[in-house]
Design a protein around this ligand. Structure first.
Ligand code: AP5
Length: 217
């Protein structure tokens, strides 16, 4: 089962991806996590991407497409995978098609911009794993500590309100057109792909139940 999670920054894609991947036993491929790991490792991709990520801009298609192409060939992807944060441009979606990759479900998670700004201001992240918390809506058991490892949680540089507003603008301009792209695809029987739009507003469990029931129905 190949799934794409589509939605604005802070819609809860990473949070929900963890549940979907556990339920359907598929790996989560988060291009954001992959880029942050590259930045942490200080490799050439990380060095090139850091400024772009911190400023909330999109990393060039060429870099991202190469990263994903390599990742989906790994052994753990043989039964499917969940793409979180990819594709984000029409070019990236076309690259998946050119690669002959069949997408079974595209799930769009919809959240209004103002809710997103609130979510991002309270987000805390465990960098090594990508696990995400919220100080009010999904707090860790121990303040400032990851539940599994006890390691420090951080605030992402790109979660600053001004940068978040910029990321939302980029989302509406460059990524939202993918909603029509995949809705149109789902109308073509041969694509075999289904498009599901759900509201990402409500408790974490409510959103999880909406996504799970749409995927198993
Ligand atoms: P990336 O890390 O992918 O960021 P994003 O898509 O902007 O998404 P986020 O991780 O910010 O949010 P999310 O939807 O996963 O929300 P979360 O679950 O954390 O990308 C970062 C950067 O990398 C990009 O800006 C770009 O530079 C680069 N990049 C990555 N992929 C790229 C690509 N394909 N092309 C080019 N560049 C690329 O939830 C957010 C918060 O809300 C959390 O605190 C969470 O606890 C809370 N929350 C979740 N659900 C709820 C709920 N129902 N109610 C209340 N709070 C909730």
């Amino acid at each position: 089962m190949n799934v794409i999670l589509l939605g604005p920054p802070g819609a809860g894609k990473g949070t929900q991806a963890a549940h979907i991947c556990e339920k359907f036993n598929i790996p989560q491929i988060s291009t954001g996590d992959m880029l942050r790991a590259a930045v942490n490792a200080g490799n050439s991709i990380g060095l090139e991407a850091k400024k772009t990520i911190d400023a909330g801009n999109l990393v060039p298609d060429k870099i991202i497409i190469a990263l994903v192409k390599e990742r989906v060939q790994s052994k753990d992807c043989s039964n499917g995978y969940l793409l979180d944060g990819f594709p984000r441009t029409i070019n990236q979606a076309d690259a998946l098609k050119l690669q002959g990759i069949k997408i079974d479900y595209v799930v769009e998670v919809k959240v209004p911009d103002d809710d997103i700004v609130v979510r991002m201001s309270g987000r805390r992240v465990h960098l090594p794993s990508g696990r995400t918390y919220h100080i009010a809506f999904n707090p860790p058991t121990l303040e400032g500590r990851d539940n599994l490892t006890g390691e420090d949680l951080i605030q992402r540089v790109d979660d600053d309100e001004t940068i978040v507003r910029g990321r939302l603008k980029i989302y509406h301009k460059q990524t939202e057109p993918l909603v029509k792209y995949y809705r149109d695809d789902a109308k073509i029987a041969a694509s075999g792909s289904k498009f599901i739009a759900i509201s990402g507003v409500g408790s974490l469990d409510e959103v999880k139940d909406r996504i799970t029931s749409a995927l198993i129905s």
